[in-house]
Design a protein around this ligand. Structure first.
Ligand SMILES: [Zn+2]
Length: 346
């Protein structure tokens, strides 16, 4: 069985945002998981390979994957956060964390999260949340101190990677990160470091490069914040230097590639297929019925990360209807292989 485990095969399409419109929460959450997790995982693993190269670390050693939404078949209620993310957070250690909650209780899970996040507007971005509400002032002070200490090196790199950093103070005034790093200045929104939001379609030609660059830089910060939380010495200075060296190198490589190309070809947008005519929201019902598997080759969104499409068995041009009985799930590859003349029911 062929797996779409190469980043070049992964694409987030405009239609993907429709999943957020599924009215039933359980169906919505499981469709979000089935549809986004495999592709986000491929993007994440691809990015962590870069992280490993740039920083000479094994990111899997100390970090673990985090997923949202979580969804349990048997749970009475599953919470809908209105977004999807996959990323890394610290592994649960044996020693208690140095970070405690304002009420004096230690955090069980490390509050630093670095993720790729998909929003219902049909965008994807990289985001670092150093901590969440309720961490003790000592932790915020330590994070503040390390950002101030390395600010002259860090802030220009954040700009290079198009990462904006913001926090709101308690009167909801918008403040740049380095100005609002005292605990009393951190409002309930906490701190966010975010890449630009890239609108779908996003793939290797468009968006992935910028997203992996942003994530790789944010990884350096996340690692340091996790070190602080665990009472270890952060290596931010070394990491920022490693990042800078790598960034300059890929910049040079790119110039060489561009010089070789005679003209930059226009981005090829996927053609409007029959799929676009299927009533908004109906296509996922077809996918659910077909268990998110291509009826031709059997690859699935969940296990193989393939992009699935809804095919009209009898084409609309031949009078085929938009009824469920005339619709079937095919992967992109199989759908391209099936011509309009072919009305095979699979
Ligand atoms: Zn297929």
């Amino acid at each position: 069985m062929q797996h779409a485990n190469s980043i070049d095969e992964v694409i987030f399409e405009e239609k993907d945002a429709q999943i957020f419109n599924i009215p039933d929460t359980k169906t919505k959450l499981s469709t979000l998981q089935n549809y986004f997790f495999p592709r986000l995982e491929i993007l994440l693993r691809h990015t962590l390979d870069i992280v490993a190269q740039v920083y000479q670390v094994n990111p899997y050693e100390r970090m673990t994957f985090v997923y949202c939404p979580s969804h349990r078949e048997k749970a009475k209620e599953n919470q809908d956060f209105g977004m999807v993310h996959i990323g890394v957070g610290a592994k649960r250690g044996k020693k208690p964390l140095k970070i405690i909650k304002e009420n004096g209780q230690p955090f069980v899970l490390h509050p630093t999260y670095l993720t790729f996040k998909v929003l219902p507007s049909g965008t994807i971005h990289a985001e670092l949340l150093p901590f969440r509400q309720g961490v003790d002032d000592a932790y915020i002070k330590n994070i503040s101190a390390i950002i101030r200490k390395h600010g002259s090196m860090l802030l220009p790199l954040l700009s290079l990677a198009h990462i904006s950093h913001r926090t709101y103070d308690r009167s909801h005034e918008f403040l740049p990160l380095y100005q609002a790093m005292l605990p009393e200045e951190i409002g309930s929104e906490g701190i966010r470091l975010v890449s630009p939001k890239y609108y779908f379609p996003v793939n290797s030609d468009r968006g992935f490069r910028e997203l992996t660059v942003a994530f790789t830089l944010l990884y350096a910060l996340a690692e340091s914040f996790i070190c602080i939380g665990e009472g270890q010495e952060p290596k931010l200075r070394t990491r920022l230097r490693q990042f800078r060296r790598w960034y300059v190198r890929i910049g040079n490589d790119e110039k060489n590639v561009e010089e070789k190309q005679e003209s930059l070809e226009f981005l090829e947008l996927s053609e409007l297929n029959s799929y676009s005519f299927v009533r908004a929201g109906k296509w996922w019902a077809v996918l659910a019925r077909d268990k998110w598997k291509c009826l031709s080759c059997g690859r699935s969104a969940r296990e193989d990360g393939v992009s699935l499409e809804v095919d009209h068995i009898i084409p609309r041009s031949k009078g085929g209807s938009d009824e469920m009985i005339n619709l079937q799930t095919l992967c992109k590859k199989c759908n391209i292989g099936k011509s309009n003349k072919d009305s095979t029911r699979l």
